[in-house]
Design a protein. Structure first.
Length: 289
């Protein structure tokens, strides 16, 4: 389930500010046609914090329908720093969700013992496998390779989205000794190629809204041991990712998708503001290079 490229979908908006459900479906089909292995709904890229509960349910419903039709997994993002409410959210997930991407508790900095207790408690109650979202530069909480390896031994913890801001020693240690049936998915777009080279099974990559086929090809190249092809692809895609993250995510991605007619507006919700025309132009050019 957790292999290949999974696209954390943006949430497109209409000109009057509502969720553009038809564009969610269109974009989902587009990235899957281009080679994505699955979808992630309600991630950071989807501006989940700015969506109402009804809008979140709407996005999940559309994505689940597409994934069911296409026979690919849907992962749903869940954030929270309270174990009890996160467990309730997990139990409320609708049918058709294959996994939940659950952020390490943020802001509280509960320590690694607290992180272990949090995820072990969730794993005992969740109806779907969990993917730990390890992103310390947002959560403020470091998680070591040893802790991730320990958590990966639980049958309901299927993997980790690894976004530590680069390839650190813990990434190397973790990938050098993975638990059985525990996958590492890259979450830092610019360094997905070296992470795949070290043994990651795929990635959850916002940049893969664009050049989806080339990101999928990158995974295939490393799997096949074609290092020369993989390195060349990785360098090009890293340059693309740099342009897409030149301004706050997902503003540039939305600008390019709108310019290509894939979503009705480039709009984001405050406190985000739309990307500059210069940033959109640079990213659009990089995506076809």
């Amino acid at each position: 389930m957790l292999t290949g490229i999974h696209v954390p979908l943006i949430t497109p908006f209409t000109a009057t500010g509502e969720v553009a459900a038809d564009a969610v479906e269109k974009l989902s089909d587009h990235v899957l046609d281009q080679g994505a292995s699955g979808l992630v709904a309600l991630g950071t890229t989807g501006e989940v914090a700015a969506l109402s509960p009804a809008e979140r349910a709407q996005v999940i419903d559309v994505c689940a329908r597409v994934c069911r039709t296409r026979g690919v997994p849907l992962t749903v993002g869940l954030t929270g720093n309270d174990t009890r409410s996160t467990a309730e959210a997990l139990k409320a997930l609708p049918e058709g969700v294959a996994a939940a991407l659950v952020t390490v508790p943020y802001f509280l900095r509960p320590g690694e013992r607290g992180v272990v207790a949090h995820f072990e408690a969730l794993a005992e109650e969740t109806p779907v496998p969990l993917v730990i979202y390890h992103i310390p530069y947002r959560t403020g909480q470091a998680v070591s390779a040893a802790t991730l390896r320990h958590l990966g031994g639980h049958p309901m913890i299927a993997g980790v989205k690894y976004a530590a801001g680069g390839i650190d020693q813990d990434a190397i240690d973790l990938l050098g000794d993975l638990p059985d049936d525990f996958d590492v998915l890259g979450g830092d777009d610019a360094v997905i190629s070296p992470l795949l080279a070290l043994g990651a099974s795929g990635g959850i990559l916002a940049s893969a809204h664009l050049a989806t086929d080339r990101f999928a090809e990158l995974v295939d190249a490393w799997r096949a041991g074609d290092a020369a092809r993989a390195r060349a692809l990785g360098h090009r895609l890293a340059r693309l990712s740099a342009t897409l993250f030149a301004e706050p995510n997902p503003t540039v991605i939305k600008g390019v998708l709108h310019a290509r007619g894939l979503i009705p507006t480039p709009d984001v919700r405050l406190p985000l503001v739309p990307a500059s025309e210069q940033a959109i132009s640079r990213a659009d050019s990089a995506s076809t290079a």
